[in-house]
Design a protein around this ligand. Structure first.
Ligand code: HEC
Length: 169
């Protein structure tokens, strides 16, 4: 290649690069005018998308089912906005069983009649309150289950499975 061919090539090449730079700037300006700015609709949509991405229904479980605790956290769309209330057994298996199956931290186990008998006398109101807000070694469970579900879980663990009657407060 001669020196002249080189400089012709370089000039053309520089022209192409300059053209691409101009095109880039133009595209940035156009994109900004279309998508930029603090458009509230767009921000709301972006936030909605972000929340969808964070939504727990995509939580991975080995069974492929949504986690029970998470499944009820959002009302299913086809339920007309009504929250699904889990049964006492479901709540226990999802939330409480980690501690209430082997006297973990002195938590009475499901089926442990004598362990529950000495606590049951406190009455419904106190027990529900202790579970919702935490008591002794038990951290508050109010974030993991509704009060209604907690009541059902206590009924299942203590009355149904352990045969211990809880008096009204
Ligand atoms: C992180 C462990 C843990 C989880 C989860 C847990 N518990 Fe407990 N629970 C305990 C421990 C420990 C105690 C005993 C507390 C103490 O006496 O110090 C206890 C005590 C109780 C008591 C007796 C309270 C009292 O006043 O004597 C009830 C009722 C109870 N749990 C129900 C539940 C229910 C229902 C759930 C699920 C919604 C649950 N627990 C989840 C650890 C747990």
């Amino acid at each position: 290649m001669s020196g002249e061919q080189d400089s012709v090539f370089l000039r053309k090449f520089a022209g192409v690069i300059a053209g691409l730079v101009v095109l880039t700037v133009v595209l940035i300006v156009v994109a900004n005018s279309i998508f930029g700015g603090e458009d509230p609709d767009r921000l709301a949509l972006a936030e909605e998308r972000a929340m969808q991405n964070l939504a727990p229904e995509y939580a991975v479980r080995l069974t492929g089912d949504p986690a029970p605790a998470l499944a009820s956290a959002e009302a299913p769309a086809d339920a007309g906005g009504v929250m699904e209330v889990r049964s006492g057994e479901q709540v226990t298996q999802a939330v409480c069983i980690a501690c209430h199956q082997g006297n973990f931290l002195n938590a009475p186990a499901v089926g442990d009649a004598s362990g529950w008998r000495e606590r049951a006398d406190k009455g419904w109101e106190t027990l529900i309150n202790h579970v919702v807000n935490g008591y002794g070694n038990m951290p508050a469970q109010g974030a993991a289950a509704s009060e209604e579900e907690i009541e059902a879980a206590i009924e299942w663990m203590v009355e149904a499975e352990s045969g211990v009657e809880i008096p009204e407060s």
